[in-house]
Design a protein around this ligand. Sequence first.
Ligand code: AHM
Ligand code: MG
Length: 335
Amino acid sequence: MTQPISLSRYLVEEQRERGKIPAQLRLLLEVVARACKGISHAVNKGALGDVMGSAGSENVQGEVQKKLDIIANEVLIEANEWGGHLAAMASEEMDSIYVVPNRYPQGEYLLLFDPLDGSSNIDVNVSIGTIFSVLQKPEGGAGVSEQDFLQAGAKQVAAGYCVYGPQTMLVLTVGDGVVMFTLDREQGSFVLTQEHVKVPEDTQEFAINMSNMRHWAPPVKRYVDECLQGQDGVRGKNFNMRWIASMVADVHRILMRGGVFMYPWDQREPNKPGKLRLMYEANPMSWLIEQAGGASTNGHQRILDIQPTQLHERVSVILGSKNEVDRVTAYHANV
Ligand code: AHM
Ligand code: MG
């Protein structure tokens, strides 16, 4: 029987054999994984711990924070601030960046996260997750500022998510494909369960919140209309639909079996480019999808090429199976 490969061993071997992961980055990823284990534990407790329901506060985007949003945020900060691998962190749940306090050494990396994505699903026991993105602090310049974070997604040095579902899984890229680890609760460690993850180029499954259809722009409406026509329509095949309302769970399904995920701009809030956040939701997910052979655009350009201008910037997202993403993007060409 082959020995299971733990996340720690995978990272050490990647560092040793491919020189892919510098020691500081390896430490960072181990710490993020450890924090995710803690979050998984809190999520699993549910009503048995004091973790359910609203925290009675709002985040910078004006969204009500759940207790678990705040717990997950604190777990990630406390786990990461003292190790010497980070200069600063940014989170969906914090207005501005969190600079590593002076009492700890400062590292060269920047960590961004959505501590608990899909939080509308917390209280109904549906899969949720933590999304993270790692950037290198630009060279030169003393201290660290929000400006240092404003780098295109193509500059990420690691990205991933942890999904808290029937299994807790950590999905990771360091630019060398996508690997998946499953939490072995008896051993307390993440174990490698899938390598060479590949998103099929074609799919017959799409994911979008259909209740917003009347607000969509014509290219998105056209694409979904054509899918709904099924085998008698222009696409000549039937499509299935899924919408979990947890991006982590929807993207995980797409990594496992293909599909296209869309959270496009819509007319409900015409001044916002979309609902999802570029730097700690769309960028890490887009890199994972691209690393697995899929594609990700905002309808007009590759998401990873977008130069952010704000930490909490929003973006329209179309990602997944390459041929479908290319089709939706082409429909935007003349708009
Ligand atoms: P959150 O970060 O506040 O949880 O919001 C992001 C989530 C995504 O996980 C999901 O794709 C989307 O919001 C669902 O939105 P909606 O409820 O509008 O369908
Ligand atoms: Mg989110």
